[in-house]
Write a protein of this length. Structure first.
Length: 429
């Protein structure tokens, strides 16, 4: 307890000094950007904020796999991290931050100081409600519910005897931006795998999609941000990953049969009001580029050139014009006149309008090793904080979570936040 109290005091006092010395992240263009190597830096102490000298951004190590964190929270020695890049780590008002991987339960931290607060034991899958900071939306067994982690109170939305093995996605499920709609995958009446949309406010179930009727084995299904589309990814026997877009009523609208074009991504609404999937392409003609693809017709827009992009996150739903990209690997040299992305072991924010405008957020110093050591950068709802994972250059070493803070002061006068406010309250049609 003394160690925890000291850490809290260190964080509060240190943050005042370091944040005051930080400078707003500068905007760059991919057209003339150069690779920026990470300066030497020792592993930051637990809850001790430091400044990345080359970027001017403040980062804080928020997990400590090598020892207990306090308030009953204990992590595996190998890793202690947030769930995934496309999963919202913070609640709606950013007062709570959730650590799941490697922690002994659902471990809730203070969303600003990162001090451990409380933990809960719960089965199934839960994601934050995007508008109500007190609630999570949970799917498990035969039940869909709203759950309040602080009080442990639960409101059951659906309890079914017809369907079993209900899953939220699985693993890549998010609610619509208004928190009203989700997609559930389950074993249906005939014992086959199905997916269906559910309106939580109306407690209305939409028609089943028989997943066996489309090619491949289902990986997951999710709802679009405005609740109008169902997006499903299928894996073929040759490991080709294809995407299928359905209406909310279950009608097939289109399929993207190229492998991962795109994948490892997330959905948002762009400046034109279109719902899009942003991720990394693994097929020609834009292989290993960051692209966005429109859900209504599949139109593709290239966003960043060939590179080591690994994961994309659009969880900054109140700053929807930016995708937060996690880059792995080493710096790539241009070959044959090919333009390459000047990023390696780095997290950036990239505009999704095709302009090439970006901001550097963090040097991860992350040595490739296994799935748990991947960076999986995920922003807070307003984009002011980004959580990311790193083994700090030690292959096979413990994987920690870090939070980088972003100063958007020079961007908050107009378009970005206005766009988020406009779409945030839009009702699903």
């Amino acid at each position: 307890m003394a160690r925890l109290s000291y850490a809290r005091a260190l964080l509060c006092c240190g943050a005042l000094v370091l944040l005051a010395s930080s400078r707003p992240a500068s905007t760059e263009s991919l057209a003339n950007a150069q690779f920026l190597p990470a300066p030497a830096m020792d592993l930051p102490g637990y809850l001790a904020p430091v400044v990345d000298a080359s970027l001017g951004t403040t980062l804080v190590r928020v997990t400590t796999p090598e020892s207990p964190m306090g308030n009953g929270m204990v992590c595996k020695r190998s890793y202690c991290t947030h769930r995934y890049s496309s999963a919202q780590a913070w609640n709606a008002d950013q007062s709570l931050l959730l650590i799941v991987n490697g922690c002994n339960g659902l471990c809730f931290l203070d969303g600003h100081t990162y001090a451990p607060l409380f933990r809960r034991q719960r089965g199934g899958e839960c994601e934050w409600h995007p508008q109500d900071p007190e609630l999570m939306i949970c799917v498990a067994g035969r039940r869909i519910s709203r759950w309040a982690p602080r009080s442990n109170a639960e409101d059951v939305i659906l309890e079914t005897e017809v369907y079993r093995e209900l899953q939220f996605g699985p693993y890549k499920g998010n609610p619509s931006w208004d928190g009203n709609r989700i997609v559930v995958r389950a074993i249906g009446r005939q014992g086959t795998l199905v997916a269906f949309a559910m309106d939580l406010s109306d407690r209305r179930k939409f028609p089943d999609i028989e997943l066996a009727r489309i090619p491949g084995k289902n990986s997951y299904c999710g709802i679009s941000p405005l609740g109008k589309y169902i997006f499903c990814q299928q894996s073929l026997i040759d490991f080709t990953d294809q995407a299928f877009v359905f209406s909310i009523e279950g009608d097939l609208l289109q399929s993207w049969t190229e492998h991962h074009r795109p994948g490892h991504g997330d959905m948002t609404v762009d400046a034109g009001g279109d719902e899009v999937y942003v991720g990394i392409s693994k097929s020609a003609p834009d292989k290993y580029q960051v692209i966005k693809r429109r859900l209504q017709d599949g139109q593709v827009t290239a966003l960043a050139p060939y590179g080591e992009a690994q994961h994309a996150s659009m969880r900054a739903i109140r700053r929807p014009g930016w995708v937060f990209m996690s880059y792995a690997g080493a710096a790539l040299a241009p070959a044959g006149g090919k333009k390459v992305a000047p990023f390696a072991q780095e997290v950036i924010a990239l505009k999704i309008d095709g302009s090439g405008e970006f901001r550097r957020i963090a040097h991860t110093r992350n040595a490739p090793y296994d799935y748990w050591s991947e960076t999986h950068g995920s922003p807070s709802p307003d984009g002011s904080q980004v959580i990311w994972s790193s083994n700090w250059g030690q292959r096979g070493g413990p994987v920690f979570d870090f939070v980088s803070r972003i100063d958007w002061a020079d961007r908050d006068s107009g378009n970005d936040l206005a766009q988020g406010d406009r779409h945030e309250g839009q009702q699903a049609q």
